[in-house]
Design a protein around this ligand. Structure first.
Ligand code: SF4
Length: 475
């Protein structure tokens, strides 16, 4: 028994004479080629869409766009990886008609066309809509952290810098005391260690100056942290620790888990991302009955009312943040709101009436209370205050109550949300190996993520529809 044998390298073979015969009708490169050919590149914002009348001929932006779409689809994102592929990859030889741009030309194209590349991604989303691949009824919104081009050792918080400066002071004091000891010692032997100590002190003083300058820069900017390699990236908690990242947002349609809208921010949390993402999704879908669902991280009253104002129905579970719950005391959930008299009923059966209003962080808040707390037998389980228990209510809290009721009536929405949004992020991070950025700054990372989203959607639609039907749907 022997192994399966390959063909001898010296053997002459009859290869097809036409390059086109190497590429089957189902090959994705055929769609990439037809898709780019269907685009109005000048209208999308590619500045070199029209060839210059004079000078050395440039590469057609359509060809460089074909190269990038292919690269992101097949995990070849860097220009230095793409360049050799144009020489040896038969699909790219076909797609680019044997053009072989150098890595600098490839890199410049992505750097110089951020808005246009984002517009190309949107054009593909609109094609998905034409193919009836969006239900346009339920969108799941979620965020994830994608690593930035900035190591943790080059990111500093105010507290971290202060800790480093304190550490330097302690070490300098130790070295100075070592120098004093050597001065007092009666010895005729040379003291090279004193010179070495002085050298260490000088090095520490230099570092101290650098940290102090960073701290001053932080205080002047009003920011809480500073990143040296990619100044717009931020250190964030991720699963398993802390990393310097960007906050990537997606709105995913429930029908085929295709991404309808996306964005990249450096926001610390998702609290302010609900209505912008819901609005961006509805902008594409144009749905009259759009429902969006997100996790607890998006729970933010003004954002939820903003969705309602846009005609979008949001569903976000209420987070458990009550300090009273941690102390084993009654939480607000134990108090029942009665809309008609505008009062709360407490666990002891007493009525809490409206007392006064305030504005807190731009939100109107109403306070409710009762004079019965002083003689209440449940007070020890209700409040740690000497006075009465107060209940606060946001002026638009009726919106949150209605949302909670919706979630109670449809508990399956929580599991649906997880099933919808985790597929794209899982695919992008694992299968596509694109859970980190290669470029710096918000503008460039947004460009990169647009190409990642385009590749994700493209791969999924190829599986769903097939290349010939996709080509047939092009304008
Ligand atoms: S302490 Fe006041 S609010 Fe709390 S249960 Fe007693 S009466 Fe009600």
């Amino acid at each position: 028994m022997s192994y399966i044998e390959g063909v001898a390298r010296e053997q002459q073979v009859l290869l097809p004479e036409v390059l086109d015969e190497y590429v089957t009708a189902e090959n994705p490169v055929r769609f990439i080629d037809a898709f780019v050919a269907s685009l109005d590149l000048a209208a999308l914002g590619f500045p070199r869409a029209m060839a210059a009348a004079t000078g050395r001929p440039a590469y057609d932006p359509g060809d460089l766009l074909r190269l990038y779409i292919y690269g992101y689809l097949y995990r070849l994102r860097s220009s230095r990886k793409l360049e050799p592929e144009t020489h040896r990859n038969i699909e790219l030889l076909w797609l680019l008609r044997k053009l072989t741009p150098d890595f600098k030309t490839i890199a410049d194209f992505r750097r110089d066309n951020p808005q246009a590349l984002k517009a190309v991604c949107r054009e593909f989303t609109l094609l998905c809509k034409r193919l009836d691949l969006f239900a346009g009824e339920l969108e799941a919104i979620d965020g994830s952290k994608f690593r930035a081009v900035n190591s943790r050792s080059r990111n500093f918080t105010r507290a971290g810098l202060e800790r480093l400066l304190r550490g330097i002071e302690v070490r300098v004091a130790e070295y100075l005391s070592g120098l004093d000891t050597q001065d007092q010692a009666e010895t005729s032997t040379p003291t090279p260690s004193a010179a070495a100590l002085q050298q260490k002190i000088d090095a520490l003083r230099v570092r101290q100056g650098e940290y102090a300058a960073l701290l001053a820069q932080l205080e002047a900017s009003g920011e809480t942290q500073i990143s040296l390699t990619d100044p717009e990236s931020r250190s964030r908690k991720v699963r398993g620790g802390v990393d310097v990242c960007y906050n990537v947002q997606t709105a995913v349609d429930a029908k085929h888990k295709l991404i309808v809208a996306h964005d990249v921010t450096n926001a610390a949390t998702d609290r302010d991302c609900l209505s912008p993402m819901a609005n961006a999704a509805n902008d594409v879908l144009g749905s009259a009955h759009l429902q969006v669902i997100a996790d607890r991280g998006y729970y933010n009253g003004p954002e939820i009312t903003a969705c309602q104002d846009l005609g979008i129905t949001p569903t976000v579970p209420r987070p458990i943040t009550s300090a009273n719950a941690k102390h084993g005391l009654f939480t607000k959930d134990d108090f029942t709101y009665q809309a008609a008299p505008d009062t709360y009923r407490c666990p002891a059966g007493e009525t809490l009436t409206y007392r006064f209003s305030t504005v807190e962080q731009g939100r109107g808040m109403r306070y409710y209370g009762t004079s019965a707390c002083g003689r209440c037998g449940l007070k020890a389980r209700c409040t740690r205050n000497k006075g009465s228990r107060r209940i606060t209510r946001w002026v638009d809290e009726g919106v949150l109550d209605a949302m909670e009721q919706r979630l109670k009536e449809h508990p399956e929405l929580r599991t649906r949300r997880t099933a919808i949004v985790e597929h794209p992020f899982g695919t992008m991070k694992r299968w596509m190996d694109q859970g980190y950025f290669l470029m710096r700054g918000l503008v460039k990372t947004r460009t990169e993520f647009s190409l990642t989203v385009l590749a994700y959607n493209l791969k999924r639609v190829i599986n769903l529809v097939g290349v010939p039907r996709m080509i047939a749907a092009l304008p």
